[in-house]
Design a protein around this ligand. Sequence first.
Ligand SMILES: C[S@@+](CC[C@H](N)C(=O)[O-])C[C@H]1O[C@@H](n2cnc3c(N)ncnc32)[C@H](O)[C@@H]1O
Length: 836
Amino acid sequence: MEEAQVASSAPSALLTDIPQKIEIHEHTHIDEITGLETPEQLLTPENSRSETSSNNENASSNDEKEKPALRRRSTRVTRASLQAAQLEIPETESNDASLATNGDTPVNAVSGGKRASSRLRHSIAVMEWSEASETSGSQSHVNTEKHPLTPDTSVSETSQEPASEEVDTSLQPRTLRKRVDNTKEDTAEKEEETVESKEDDEEQILRRSSRKGVAERVASRLAEQANTVLGKRTRSAKAKESDRRSSLRPRSIAPLKEERAPSTNNGPVAKKRRVSDSDLPSSTKSHEEEEKEEESMQKEEATESAPVCRRSKRWLAHGLYSGQEPEGTRPTQTKKNKTTFRRRQRDAPRSLLPMPMFAGDRLLQNGRDFQLPFDIFSPLPPGQPKPNEWRKTNKNVFVGEAGSIWRANKDMELSKCMCTADTGCDENCQNRYMFYECDNGNCSLGRDCGNRSFDELKQRTKAGGKYNIGVEVIKTPDRGYGVRSNRTFDPNQIIVEYTGEIITQSECEKRMRTTYKKNECYYLMYFDQNMIIDATRGSIARFVNHSCEPNCRMEKWTVAGKPRMALFAGDRGIMTGEELTYDYNFDPYSQKNVQQCRCGSANCRGVLGPRPREKEQRSKEREEQKKLSVSAKNTQSKSTTKRKIGSVIDESVPRLNKKQRAVKTGVKTAVSRSRASVSRSATSKKTEPATKRMYKKRATATTAKSKAATATAIITTTKTAPKTKRNLKLPKIKTKAKVKTTVRATTKTKAAAKAETSKTEAASTLKRPSAETKAKILAAAKGTGRKRGPKKAEAKEEVKSKAGRGRRGGARTKAAKAAKDTAPNKTARGVKAGKK
Ligand SMILES: C[S@@+](CC[C@H](N)C(=O)[O-])C[C@H]1O[C@@H](n2cnc3c(N)ncnc32)[C@H](O)[C@@H]1O
């Protein structure tokens, strides 16, 4: 009944009533109140029992007689507090509901009656114990989970709280629930901390794994570099590897996430959510890390590619099989394939050495042995002398008149190539046959064209290097310097161009007489349009020696309208280290220049001279040339003759002093004057005999001598007769007059021609004119004299003056008389005077 009263009065109790009631029960329930509010007094089950019992005992000591039932009931609660609590749920729920509506605390409810309060206290104690035990258990659990070496521990495992749930379901009072909630929150916080710490641990693990990945990558890169240095890896392989690595990089992180996912699935939903939430920053972090890694990787790659840090591998440009290109050596290759292959080879020089099979194929086909590279097989001996006097030029240079005389070859217009891409300007190419090089102007095949030797040489020279140039100077034991190959050359492949100064024949003769007078070696070669290449200043080809059984050929080609000479490999090709030779087919020019041949071949001709067949041919050619030159002389124009005289005089210029130069200019004026007088005399029959006679005289002398002798004679005349300018007129007048007379003879009348012939005959016998002829001349002179008044007077004066100087023979006086009225007679006088 008391219980019922308490229970019924409890809802009506107010907070203000509590102290009174507490005061009433102060000595008995203070412990209960303090026990509720002091957490340190949370008890173990035993303690709680003992405490409960002690409380009960206290209570019993105080109210032993008054409240025995209560003590018993409390004892009952103590024994099975949970059961009791469960049994009393409806009651407490109603109380709780009423309290909740009043905003009252369970303490007030407890203060309603000792029995209820003690029951509640016990149940709280039990709850606290269970929570404490649970918390300690979870703590211990967390402690075990906090261990960094347990990365695989599921986060969800920590979130399992069966005890609290049980409590939640078993204990319904609000305070308990609050406490449980608080405890839950604490636990959740702790668990959050645990999860965070775990995540941190996982992150650390991730970082560690990423670090490990970088280390692995660095290690693999180092290994790769080592491989590259050893020449085991190509660039493409390296690029592939980097691609592969970059593709692998995100995957190395992704599986970790995937691994985490199933573990979260096992846990409760909330925890799973938290894990996924906490996963976000980690994922962003990993993304940032990725970016950082990529940047660092890029930096590493940049530093790797920087020329300063990394030494680039230098591949061998030549080796055992250098120059032994596989072109045309594979029997399976079609003709078109060969052409394409050749073109590709030309465009992109080989970066790797050719496979031995190609060289082997060649060996089988051609029976040629392998040779070591030149610098291993046949290195130049140390201290090899080098030609110091050699002035090098890799281009032809026109010197003197050669440039103006040389005419661009117009035949190039006709050298249109008709080849197709299938044939590719092979040996049947018309241009090749004519020694015309194809280019984009005359051939449409472009890269497929196989007739661009000089272009190939240009590319090789551009590329530079010993191997591409392919030749070097050596010192031979008995033939001076020579040239040898640095590499192999295919049959008919261009080796080196022969360049130098292009000079005229006259310039060549001049140099031979003067500059190269004491030379043992000459570097002269016939070129084009009667011109000569003088390679004294020229390319390395000048050092190529002669052989009667050569391995090369010297050929003249027309390239873009200009002639060019180059050395080509013979039909057998060239192997590394071979000395290059060609047949000079030497024209010694004179017997003085004939040299002994030391080529050492079985069929040596013994001397550096022309080939036997060509020797005969050349002698014939020379005779023909002489004839032609004689006829050409007769038909030469005035201007040509003038140029020749001028050039001859020019040759003597270095030997002339100032006075002589003045004489030379005098000669020129005399030539022009005499030309005018000759033209006049040719019209006059009276003057013809005397003039012709003189011409004949000189003409005989001239034709008897060679061209060189004529030149010498002229120079001698200039040297020996500087006394009067008039003396020097003679040879030129003679030559011109003779030409004039010959030309005019064709247009004369028959009578005049007869007279001419008779006069010529007379002159050829060098007889003096007969009295009759003299009379005729005089008569003619008298007849013409009237017309030329002033000159007649001059002639008179001259005669007088001559007579005054000294008398000479009668014939001379007569001749002077005959020359009185004619201007050419002055010349005649001059000739005589000069002769004297
Ligand atoms: C164009 S040079 C060749 C280079 C020359 N050996 C040098 O040291 O400059 C031609 C000269 O070389 C010499 N020579 C070339 N081939 C020769 C041979 N087979 N026998 C003897 N002398 C030779 C001759 O003196 C000839 O005039």
